[in-house]
Design a protein around this ligand. Sequence first.
Ligand SMILES: [Zn+2]
Length: 131
Amino acid sequence: MAVYKTVQRKMLLDFLGTHAGQSFTVRQIVAGMNGCGENAPSESTVYRLMRELVDDGTVRKDVDVESRENVYRLECGSDAGVSMRCKICGSVYNVDGESSRRIKEEVSRCGVVPSDDNIELIIKCRKCGKS
Ligand SMILES: [Zn+2]
């Protein structure tokens, strides 16, 4: 059961990660993850996971001005813009401002980083690297 939950949490983070900077209601998240097969979380599961993610600071909760619904988006430091995500457990680590700047500089030698897109490095975190 615990493993199952981890999978759904990871899927949720994947979904938010690929739409970094955008906010979603729970309903939009559920709809967006519909294509994820039989493991796709139900609405109540998404609510529960979101509450956990908000609690541990991974996700930010806002209220949409027009619809007055709760919307969620991946939290990222104001000047961060670069994060590392463990491909095993889905943990997200922020890269400090100075390193972010250097990475962006490096990237810009080969191309352009769309201004409001996050750069995400896929890693295997220490915890997962051991196993
Ligand atoms: Zn990990």
